[in-house]
Design a protein around this ligand. Structure first.
Ligand code: PNS
Length: 345
């Protein structure tokens, strides 16, 4: 393992103590290529630092100071040796401690960093990585970036955010900027069998409030959908194409699990009348019990949609009636064909 670029370029780094997973040269090189010309001064925080290769590379490329956090004693010795070899020891602080404890102290002290590396060992559960992301938010300076490595799948709490996740063999690397860490992702869940103009109105209004909206096409066990979820999702994609911050996904399991995966903090539901309230209230309470940090918010349907539902669209279309105005124009013909049973005839 060698320093790739900068003042310490070519410095051979001390070998990795057993039990510490190093970031491979290939992954390190790709991470630094993605960060580009980013290293004009600034402070770097290297969490779960291992041999310190990431933080040392950043110092070599122009970061001013670095803090390394590592709990393994042999790894701490390797970091110190590597800092000495690279000639950057006077710009570094090495803390032998738990990441959790250090983060608590830094948050209390109000410290901020321009670049944060978090390379948790594989055994850390994805849920812990999610918790880590929300705390790193407060430690990031304006314009700063967080690089998260994880060994399983994109770090939880980061998907649904726009940051770039790349896979290198068995390693996933996600780079997020401050906006991507602070952005509020909301989920608009429903059966959408089919999507109506009322649904579209709620999705559009939610997209004006939240940074990103994920429309989740799910299964309501009390209903038997006419169309496969993937097909219902395709219709929604067609009518939300003009909304930049809206994406559409099929949701297989529980809504709360999906929200966790997407790093979402909000569920958005439309409310048409008092009659909707009872069931929505029940679902919101149950979801809150399973995932207390997830807030359900309601957007009141426009008066002209108060009578509108997917079931009336299905009924009217199946009896050959006109559903113009009830479903978005872009899918009018498809809905007519599918739900009247004339598709393919
Ligand atoms: O459009 P709908 O039929 O009112 O949507 C209901 C939906 C899909 C949002 C709801 O059934 C749901 O969240 N399903 C996912 C499974 C789940 O989490 N069930 C527990 C809800 S308390």
């Amino acid at each position: 393992m060698r320093v790739i670029a900068g003042t310490a370029r070519g410095t051979r780094l001390a070998p990795v103590p057993t039990g510490v997973r190093p970031t491979s040269d290939r992954v390190r090189e790709s991470v630094f290529n993605s960060l580009g010309q980013f290293f004009d001064g600034g402070d770097v925080l290297d969490l779960y630092a291992g041999t310190g290769a990431l933080g040392i590379e950043a110092l070599s490329r122009g970061c001013e100071r670095a803090v390394f956090v590592e709990k393994d004693g042999r790894a701490v010795a390797a970091i110190r040796e590597n800092l000495r070899r690279a000639g950057v020891a006077d710009r570094a602080e090495v803390l032998r401690s738990d990441v959790e404890r250090v983060l608590d102290r830094m948050l209390t002290d109000g410290r901020v960093f321009n670049l944060i590396f978090a390379d948790p060992p594989y055994r850390i559960a994805a849920t812990e990585v999610g918790g880590l992301v929300s705390r790193l938010r407060a430690l990031l300076a304006p314009g700063g970036r967080v690089v998260i490595e994880s060994g399983e799948a994109p770090a939880e709490g980061t998907t649904g955010k726009k940051g770039v996740t790349r896979r290198y063999g068995g390693t996933f690397v996600t780079i997020l900027d401050r906006f991507e860490l602070t952005m509020i992702v909301a989920i608009c869940p429903g059966s959408f069998d089919p999507v109506t103009t009322g649904h579209l109105d709620i999705i559009r209004r939610a997209s004006g409030i939240f940074d990103h909206v994920v429309v989740a096409v799910g299964s309501n066990l009390r209903k038997k959908p006419r169309l496969q979820a993937a097909e219902r999702a395709r219709l929604i994609e067609k009518v939300t194409g003009g909304l930049d911050n809206v994406s559409v996904e099929v949701m297989d399991g529980l809504l709360v699990d999906f929200a966790r995966e997407q790093g979402a903090r909000v569920i958005v539901k439309g409310l048409r009348a008092v009659s909707d309230f009872e069931s929505e209230f029940e679902q919101a309470q149950l979801n809150r019990k399973m995932y207390p940090e997830l807030e359900t918010v309601f957007i009141m349907a426009a008066a002209e949609h108060s009578f509108l539902s997917s079931s009336v669209v299905r009924e009217i279309a199946s009896l050959g009636g006109d559903v113009r105005g009830l479903v978005p124009d872009g899918i009018l013909e498809t809905v007519r064909e599918i739900y009247s049973g004339t598709r393919g005839r």
